[in-house]
Design a protein around this ligand. Structure first.
Ligand SMILES: [Zn+2]
Length: 247
């Protein structure tokens, strides 16, 4: 599966090459609250690639801002509020806001989270909700809170005029039953599918988002990620969130 998927991905990349276009990628890593050995490894693997870091406001440590002062290629995102699930199993995927919350109170919680990031020396430029749960009330609350850029999953949930949105599409982990590596074959195939969709529709410049969670990576995930980034550095353009949103 993995070798076959790898060959199929290389074939798709060759088609891009023949067309004279290079895929545009961006990278989001979620769930940071502070520095850790896994965070150091993330920075080491990223090297000079632009990286967006989803930081959970509750419990955020000032060590993060101190460490990031030496890494200008990292963009900060507010990753929800406290990352605690407030949904019942019957309500579908998890979210750290209830389905009954009104925009005003949700905006106040988002702003309190933003204050926590500010106090930790971090300046978030966009919002990314835990579990990528985007609902109309979240969009309204974000507008009240002064956010106009959002990252979710593969276009899921509503978007609204005037809101900049840049999503993730290729997740290195699978989540059912606890986080673990999705497997190289599946990751290659996900990327190939998004590349083929863009090539066939002529949307060559539409970015594809990679999603990682450094605290949940085992050795296999790290080793795959290093090799994967090595391949993509040669075949694609990595851009930062701010650069893509400005275009
Ligand atoms: Zn998260």
């Amino acid at each position: 599966m993995s070798l076959f998927a790898q060959i199929r991905l290389h074939r798709e990349l060759a088609r891009w090459h023949e067309s004279g276009h290079r895929p545009v990628l961006w990278w989001r890593d979620d769930d940071a609250r502070g520095t850790s050995p896994a965070f150091e490894r993330l920075l080491e693997v990223a090297q000079d690639l632009p990286l967006s870091l989803g930081v959970i406001p509750q419990g955020v440590s000032p060590t993060l801002a101190a460490r990031l002062a030496r890494t200008p290629s990292v963009t900060i995102a507010q990753h929800g509020i406290d990352h605690l699930n407030r949904r019942q199993p019957a309500e579908g995927p998890a979210a750290d806001y209830t389905s009954a919350v009104a925009p005003g109170p949700l905006a106040r919680r988002i702003l309190a989270g933003r204050d926590a990031l500010d106090q930790a020396g971090l300046d978030p430029v966009f919002f990314t909700p835990p579990w990528n749960r985007v609902e109309p009330v979240l969009i309204e609350a974000l507008a009240i809170a002064g956010y106009f850029a959002l990252s979710g999953w593969n276009g899921e949930g509503p978007t609204s005029l005037g809101f900049q949105r840049l999503d993730a599409h290729v997740d290195l982990l699978r989540w059912k039953g606890g986080p673990r590596f999705r497997g190289s074959g599946r990751v290659y195939e996900d990327l190939r599918r998004h590349l083929a969709e863009r090539r066939r529709s002529g949307a060559f410049t539409r970015p594809i988002g990679l999603l990682t969670h450094h605290l949940d990576h085992d050795e296999e995930t790290w080793s795959f990620l290093e090799g994967f980034l090595g391949l993509l550095r040669g075949e694609a353009e990595f851009r930062g969130f701010g650069e893509l949103i400005a275009n």
